[in-house]
Structure formats: C-alpha cells, structure tokens
Design a protein around this ligand. Structure first.
Ligand code: GLU
Length: 292
C-alpha cells in the first residue's frame, strides 16, 4: 500500500544513457517532494522493448546514485506489470471507449497525406480515424480472424462518458480537459499490450503520486491521462510541467546529443556537485544549459 503522504516521481525510460535533461526532471521531482515534506518515487518506464534495454536501466540507477539523488521506497519497473495494464485495458474495452485499429503506419501516412490540414496543424491530425468508422460486423470478423490490431481511445465517445473535466498545473493554472488534442491515441500497441498513456496513468495511481512533475513536452498528454483517471476511477493528482533545457542556440537538449549524456560527462571527469550546480544555473538563465 502506498503511504498516505504527498508524493512525486521521476519516471525515466531506459532507452539510452541519462542526459542532463533527465537530471533536471529528477531534480524537479525531488525538490517538489522536499518542499511538500513528501516522498519522491522512482519508476523505470521500460515497456518499449525495442528501445529500452536492461543495461540502460542498470546504468540509470548507477547514474542517479552517482548524482546522490535519493528516491523513496521500492523502484517500480513497468515491464513487470503487464497483467495490471491488461486488466485496465479490459475495463476500458468494456466501457465501449476503445476501438481496434488495424491500420499500418503506411496506410495512416497515405490517408493523412490525402486529408486537408487542420488549421493550426495540431496533433489532432495524427490519425485519420479510419477504423473508428468501421462497422461492428467487419470489426468483429477481423478480430475473430486474428488480424493484428492496436486499441485506440475514441475521443468523441469519451467525453460523453466522463462529462467535462479539468486538471490543475501548478505553473500553468487550471486547464479544461480536451482529450482530443492528441487525437485517438493508442492505448495498446499492435506488438505490445499497453502504451505509455495507459501505463503511466495506472502507475501514478499505484505509486500514490499526488504531484506529477515532468517536462512541458508531455503537457498535451495530461489531457489523455486525466480522462483515463476518470474512466478508471483513479485519484487525480496535480501536475507541474517544467520547462526544458536548451543549448545556447535555443535548441532543445536531446538524447542524440551524446556529449550531454552522463556517460560522457562522467568519463570526462565531471563531479556530480558541479553538474547539479550547472542545472541550477541553467534554470536561473531561463533553461539555457552550458557547462562552465
Ligand atoms: N518515461 C517518460 C520519459 O522518459 C516520462 C514520462 C512521464 O514523466 O510521465 O520521457
């Protein structure tokens, strides 16, 4: 049982070595937990078996220990929780808010190319809705034939079930929930029985997370997570999406910038205290990170 204390979490995906952007996310989670007198949990988000590797998971634990960042309680590992995600998926299917999607990436790309662009080019046009419109007979026949399929959230139906919802971001204020911003997202992939959105929502509840800190790049995803919480009857945390680090030219720091991985910084003789200080300096300059 999760303790009834306020809790934040750091939830890296072990698809490469940690980089300075991860250090910021970890620092933000630890700092908010300390401000609240609460706990900071660690979760390894390794459900993408093609990209994640056990050796990266080990390396990230080693990097966090080297940094001296402390986490509370047991480390949660998503790849060990498949049965729990499967049950959540079944619940959602039973509510009629999911539909199977048989489209290949190529088919989606072709359909998208034919469609008029949405005025603001938002992520709404990420999926053309082909399988949403499929008749029940065809759907059942294709499922019965064992055709490979993902499961998508039917954003149009979802709001009829949940009614209007809100969520609170400590930096950005109260948000009216608009799950359709990301389109009909995938909740279970063709090759894998769960997706980021479902696993993260189930796990934040399981770890008793009251305050979700993460980068602004995941802000839109929160609309989906809020809806899933309502559907699955899970507690609703508050969120604090933080800014992302960039280089002097305003380019976002990313995993591909090998020079900012902890592996290369450590092997170049970097001290953990100096790295943590560089993150504080970056925050003081609006997110521009450079190694002094
Ligand atoms: N696992 C995600 C990542 O490494 C973060 C997920 C989250 O904080 O919700 O980008």
């Amino acid at each position: 049982m999760a303790e009834a204390r306020e809790a934040t979490r750091f939830a890296p995906s072990p698809s490469g070595r940690l980089h300075v952007g991860h250090v910021l996310a970890a620092v933000e989670a630890r700092r908010l937990a300390d401000e609240l007198g609460g706990l900071c949990r660690l979760r390894i988000e390794d459900i993408d078996l093609q990209r994640c590797r056990p050796e990266y998971a080990e390396a990230l634990l080693d990097d966090l220990a080297w940094l001296g960042l402390r986490f509370d309680g047991e480390v949660m590992v998503q790849s060990r929780r498949m049965e729990i995600y499967r049950q959540a998926l079944e619940l959602l299917k039973g509510m009629g808010v999911l539909y199977p999607c048989f489209c290949t990436r190529k088919e989606i790309a072709e359909r998208m190319a034919e469609m008029p662009r949405a005025p603001h080019g938002t992520a709404c046009d990420a999926y053309p809705g082909t399988c949403r419109a499929m008749g029940q007979g065809e759907r059942e026949a294709r499922l019965a034939a064992g055709e490979a399929h993902a499961w998508r959230l039917d954003c149009r139906r979802v709001q009829d079930v949940t009614g209007s919802l809100e969520w609170l971001d400590l930096n950005e204020g109260r948000q009216v929930c608009e799950p359709s911003r990301l389109g009909d997202v995938i909740l279970a992939r063709k090759d894998f029985p769960v997706s980021y959105h479902l696993a993260v929502t189930v796990d934040d509840a399981a770890q008793g997370i009251t305050h979700v800190t993460r980068g602004m790049d995941l802000f839109e995803s929160t609309h989906v997570h809020r809806v899933l919480q309502a559907l699955l009857g899970l507690p609703v945390p508050v969120w604090k999406h933080h800014g992302l680090l960039c280089d002097e030219y305003g380019r976002r720091l990313a995993k591909r910038d090998g020079a900012r991985s902890l592996e290369s910084l450590r092997s170049a003789g970097m001290e953990p205290g100096r790295l943590l200080a560089s993150i504080e300096q970056a925050l003081a300059r609006g997110g521009v990170w450079k190694m002094e």
